[in-house]
Design a protein around this ligand. Structure first.
Ligand SMILES: O=CC(=O)O
Length: 313
């Protein structure tokens, strides 16, 4: 397989780079993009793209690679891959579901706890020595709150399972009701937001879910409501979120993702009722190894003409 050329569109952990380089001829997009001559030379040889949640494969790149057979994403989300184009061209697309579910769900619960119990503010309180001058103010209880989950897929279900252990009542909104679930279903996200205290966003980003959390949803959640987003930044109308937080129309937010990441709205940086993470929901050593192994297994299966393990299409 050493002769098979793979284009890496975004930096991935060294473990995956090494595994790829052991098996394939690897080109890194950043190096190739700055060398148009090299790009022209290799465009006819690239048979696989390895992308991430940040940079996958858009129509322009796919068009430039006539021999492309597979886009293997080091991510569960595939919103950065032009699936229509891949389908047209008969290109296989794979992602890394399941192996990261626990980490992302853990992060979601961690963000909720950190936001309600103000853990980051508490940490700064201790470090700055302010504790010596008096105790920290009271925070808000997490256990027993009513939880609304947008998207009851693998990650949404894992969040629900964890929230159950906190005595939460759980309801959800998704495209259709899940007959296997005992949680209360709302076909309308505004009804879900009206009836919960903490709204977790855990669905895939599609045209339909772009800005699914808009001003109406935020206002339905109300001034005591909390939003936790471990999906994609574009699930939330970010300027609306920022103004709701500034105006006290929303109590707080725990955000792993942002609409224009790594750019984060300046106003959020000054707010103490938000907890911000750098899109790191699945970024643990253990899960990174599992995701990398799955990327490799998918590529090997594809080039051995076997069924890939986790096909998107
Ligand atoms: O955002 C992370 C992923 O899609 O895996």
């Amino acid at each position: 397989m050493e002769n098979i050329c793979v284009l890496l569109t975004y930096p991935v952990p060294e473990y995956l780079v090494q595994k790829l380089e052991k098996r394939f001829t690897v080109f890194k997009f950043r190096e190739v993009a700055s060398n148009p001559q090299l790009l022209r030379e290799i465009s006819n040889s690239i048979r696989a793209i390895v992308g991430t949640s940040v940079c996958g494969a858009d129509a322009g790149l796919i068009d430039a690679l006539p021999k492309l057979e597979i886009v293997a994403s080091y991510s569960v989300g595939f919103d950065k891959i032009d699936l229509v184009k891949c389908k047209e061209r008969g290109i296989t697309v794979t992602n890394t579901p399941d192996v990261l579910t626990d980490d992302v769900a853990d992060s979601a619960i961690g963000l909720a706890l950190a936001t309600l119990r103000r853990m980051c503010v508490c940490d700064r309180f201790v470090r700055s020595g302010k504790w010596k001058k008096g105790d920290f103010e009271l925070t808000t209880k997490f256990s027993g709150k009513s939880i609304g989950i947008v998207g009851l897929g693998r990650i949404g279900s894992a969040i629900a399972k964890r929230a159950e252990a906190f005595g939460s009542s759980i309801s959800y909104h998704s495209r259709s009701e899940k007959p296997e679930s005992n949680y209360k279903y709302y076909s309308n996200i505004i009804d879900l937001a009206t009836n919960c205290q903490i709204l977790f966003v855990a669905c895939a980003l599609t045209k339909e879910t772009h800005h699914i959390v808009d001003r109406k949803v935020i206002d339905a959640l109300g001034p005591k409501g909390i939003i936790i987003n471990i999906g994609r930044g574009a699930h939330i109308d970010e300027p609306e979120l920022v103004s709701a937080l500034l105006e006290g129309r929303l109590a707080g937010a725990g955000l792993d993702v942002f609409e224009h990441e790594p750019e984060v709205p300046e106003e959020l940086l000054g707010l103490e009722n938000v907890v911000l993470q750098p899109h790191a929901g699945s970024d643990t050593v253990e899960t990174s190894v599992a995701m990398s192994d799955l990327v490799i297994d998918n590529l090997e299966a594809c080039f051995q003409n076997k069924p890939v393990l986790t096909p998107v299409i």
